[in-house]
Ligand binder design. Structure first.
Ligand code: FRU
Length: 483
């Protein structure tokens, strides 16, 4: 049984979306007492961006979410509640809890008076397990000092130096602050990531430890940023770099690379307080170039599938990021089926209302083209093309229905398959209006939206079935289905 409200044609079935109205960045991602909290930028009165509140959803498995009441409101002292992050102040270092400690969040207070924008950093704490966040009475904890682009604090515990550390965007550079009580903060360092390019404004930075896949298992520090470009009509507005971090300074050691090569992945944030050592992130699946006009109702904006990150070293010693959907998604898999040799080059029916995983394993190198086309009877389609000869992968969303809402939207998004990839395996997650591709074993990821007027209920795989070991198609149970 499905709840009607989550069954609109465009409504993702395994990706989180709010019941109604506008959503952007994930905020305050934290895992406490077995509950994953996902707060997010939310406008409760409209499906357009507006006075930002923090919406709130909770999950026990990172896949099914329950939407709760709004957790944080704009107020007179701080203004709108822009993006930020959460920590567990378990030892009550802030002195703002009674005995036990609890969830504390740092976020940007945003005001705009007569066209002048000011941003300052504010603290709020929860006395009810995260349901409501109460702003600190002496906010801000870091004043604006006249800055108009000073936002999106990501705070984490650095045990080695017994301190809280904040990484924050200050426009075209990042700043690192330190604190022992979450209330008084001192600037520790500033940095610009080499390779960012001209005119990029940083947003939503994150500095996290990523477990490595090498034999030592040593975790690597990674800085991630979203890049607000002057020209927002391009893909890949996000980047990461590995490096070293001593509690004060981040020293970039590797080239800056694109985190997700699609158009629709932004403002990623990692979960705090994971007790199993995993690095898990989530991103907003949209693009500032057209986020305000995407044809969905009564909601606008959604989240990616949470992804587990690992770091992998190639033969010449360079570190790469590997991303995979969190393993918890597998519990939602329904009965899989595999393509036989005579299933190639002809349309096969799919249960169009469901999300699907399409997994391609053992693709021969030097193959001209494998094409996976998902279509409906109205000739609307979205197509993934893979050439292991040219090492190119593309997502074609030119032939969807509602592409008139934005000039740039109907496009082919192309990315190079890394030459260092140990495997050419590709996993596609397709979910009504969202398509995430994890190629080269997770070294190349692309997230793109597409919009059709009817569900995609056929799949055609074009290519030589003898040049691939296996294609497995797995329908996935909807997170909105009640069992
Ligand atoms: C990123 C962003 C943040 C800001 C928030 C406002 O998408 O622009 O920098 O805090 O959205 O909603």
């Amino acid at each position: 049984m499905k709840r009607a409200i989550y069954d609109e044609v465009q409504r993702p079935q395994i990706h989180y979306t709010p019941k109604k109205n506008w959503m952007n960045d994930p905020n305050g991602c934290i895992h406490v007492n077995g509950i994953y909290h996902l707060y997010y930028q939310y406008h409760p009165f409209s499906s357009q961006w507006g006075p930002m509140h923090w919406g709130h959803a909770v999950s026990t498995d990172l896949i099914s979410w329950e939407e709760l009441q709004i957790a944080l409101y704009p107020d007179d002292r701080c203004g709108m509640a822009f993006s930020g992050s959460a920590v567990l102040d378990g030892e009550n270092t802030s002195g703002l809890f009674d005995t036990e400690g609890g969830i504390a969040v740092l976020y940007t207070g945003h005001t705009s008076t007569h066209g002048t924008q000011r941003q300052q950093q504010c603290l709020a704490v929860s006395h009810d397990d995260g349901k409501t966040l109460v702003p600190y009475e002496h906010n801000p904890v870091i004043p604006s000092m006249g800055r108009s682009d000073f936002r999106d604090p990501k705070v984490f515990r650095h045990d080695e130096s017994s301190s809280w550390v904040m990484v924050i965007s200050a426009g075209k550079h990042l700043e690192l602050y330190r604190s022992t009580d979450l209330k008084q903060w001192e600037l520790a360092s500033s940095c610009v990531l080499e390779g960012t390019g001209e005119h990029h404004l940083y947003e939503c930075p994150d500095l996290l430890l990523v477990p490595s896949e090498d034999s030592t298992g040593t975790a690597r520090w990674m800085m991630c940023v979203s890049l607000l470009k002057d020209d927002v009509s391009t893909a890949g507005g996000n980047a990461y770099a590995f490096g070293a971090f001593d509690g004060y300074v981040f020293t970039q050691s590797e080239r800056l690379k694109t985190f997700d090569h699609g158009y629709d992945f932004y403002a990623m944030q990692s979960w705090a307080n994971m007790d199993d050592g995993r690095a898990v992130i989530i991103g907003w699946i949209n693009h500032w170039g057209y986020a305000h006009v995407t044809p969905t109702a009564p909601w606008r904006g959604g989240m990616s599938i949470p992804r587990e990150l690992t770091a992998k070293k190639d033969a010449d010693g360079t570190w790469h990021l590997v991303q995979q959907p969190v393993a918890e998604l597998q519990a939602y898999h329904l009965s899989p089926w595999q393509l036989g040799l005579d299933d190639y080059n002809r349309p096969l029916p799919l249960d169009g209302g469901r999300a699907h995983e399409i997994r391609m394993e053992g693709m021969a190198a030097d193959t001209d083209l494998l094409e996976i086309c998902l279509s409906n009877p109205c000739d609307q389609q979205v197509t993934v093309r893979i050439s292991t000869r040219d090492l190119l992968l593309s997502v074609d969303r030119q032939h969807t229905c509602c592409d008139q809402f934005d000039q740039e939207f109907a496009s082919v998004i192309e990315a190079a398959i890394p030459t260092t990839a140990a495997t050419l395996d590709v996993t596609i997650l397709v979910d009504r209006s969202v398509l995430e591709v994890f190629a080269a074993g997770g070294m190349l990821v692309l997230t793109n939206l597409f919009f059709t007027s009817q569900e995609l209920d056929h799949i055609t795989v074009t290519g030589d079935g003898k040049r691939i070991d296996r294609i497995t198609i797995t329908p996935i149970r909807s997170i909105w289905e009640t069992t």
